[in-house]
Design a protein around this ligand. Structure first.
Ligand code: NAP
Length: 287
């Protein structure tokens, strides 16, 4: 699924960025950034950069010398990247992971755009979500859940509950924020009573693995149900929510929106997440 593009033959002035990960061949980031590069007719290229564990420091340190404007960082390097950048944003520190790096005057600046990506995707698809004035419930306590709790905490005044199979991991995140509680997955349905937002930030529902399909009867009638899993795009959780007439948000919004700040910082154009991009990425996913 690799894809790379520039508006024409590359030149000495071609602006470069890419995604560092292992494996990285199935990342959708090259599809997204290459779409925007073509759309804006930029002399730029965004390439997959397969970097084995143990080689991250060498790879990141080479970026300025190779003329890269920066890169995205994905599994398994997001946490280690923090210790290798020269400076990190406050959000990257809060989340404990760097997913975007900007090269500035030869220095590496680390950021985390998953936080804004989730919230912007929610705003785009369900702008009413934060008006509910009710509890938000997040399932999962991995890297994505931490970014989502940070994003929700900044935007949402009400209580947040993290439900996770391993309660200790949820407790660790909850301790970082005001008004955030941790519970086990068995308590999920009880916590849904009257809640206004449910987000699946775990791997449940991914591919052919175990699903998340709780009884949603307790949720407020105007609740929003979001899933950040995007393969498949319509998870069992979202199907169940739709059947109940609840508003849903799929995982593509976060994926597309988290790419915006990187593209803008590397290439100097703020790209737009629109239906054409969504269709383009969906077509790639369906291949
Ligand atoms: P992660 O750090 O590995 O965390 C995985 C989470 O899933 C943990 O909370 C884990 O619980 C839970 N989990 C895994 N298997 C489970 C099972 N059988 N039963 C119950 N809980 C289970 O992963 P991550 O990086 O946070 O990513 C989570 C998901 O979000 C992935 O599907 C990823 O593709 C997706 N994601 C989407 C976007 C997007 O842009 N849409 C961005 C980032 C991630 P334990 O703590 O108990 O192990």
């Amino acid at each position: 699924m690799t894809e790379q593009a520039s508006a024409g033959p590359s030149s000495a002035g071609t602006r470069l960025a890419g995604i560092v990960g292992w494996p990285v061949a199935h990342s959708l980031s090259p599809v997204i950034h290459s779409y925007w590069i073509r759309k804006h007719r930029l002399d730029a290229a965004y390439v997959p950069l397969p970097v084995r564990p143990g080689h991250l420091e060498t790879a990141l340190r080479a970026l300025p010398a190779l003329g890269f404007r920066g890169c995205n960082v994905t599994v398994p390097h997001k946490v280690e990247a923090r210790s290798l950048v020269d400076e990190e944003s406050a959000l990257a520190g809060t989340v404990g992971a760097v997913n975007t790096i900007f090269v500035r005057d030869g220095r590496l600046i680390g950021a985390n755009t998953d936080v804004g990506g989730f919230v912007d995707g929610l705003h785009e698809q369900r702008p009413e979500w934060h008006r509910s004035g009710r509890r938000a419930v997040v399932v999962g306590a991995g890297g994505a859940a931490r970014a989502i709790v940070a994003g929700l905490r900044a935007e949402h005044g009400d209580e947040i509950v993290i439900a996770n199979r391993t309660v200790a991991k949820a407790e660790e995140i909850a301790a970082q924020f005001e008004s955030v509680r941790a519970v086990g997955l068995r308590e999920l349905e009880a916590e849904l009573a009257g809640a206004g937002l449910l987000v699946n930030a775990s791997t449940l529902g991914m591919g052919n693995g175990p699903t998340l399909d709780p009884d949603l009867a307790g949720l407020a009638a105007d609740a929003v149900v979001a899933d950040i899993v995007y393969v498949p795009l319509e998870t069992a959780l979202l199907r169940g929510a739709s059947r109940r007439g609840l508003a849903t948000v799929d995982g593509l919004g976060m994926l597309l929106h988290q790419a915006v700040p990187g593209f803008e910082g590397w290439f100097g154009v703020r790209p737009v997440v629109d239906q054409d991009l969504r269709k383009h990425v969906l077509a790639t996913l369906e291949k």
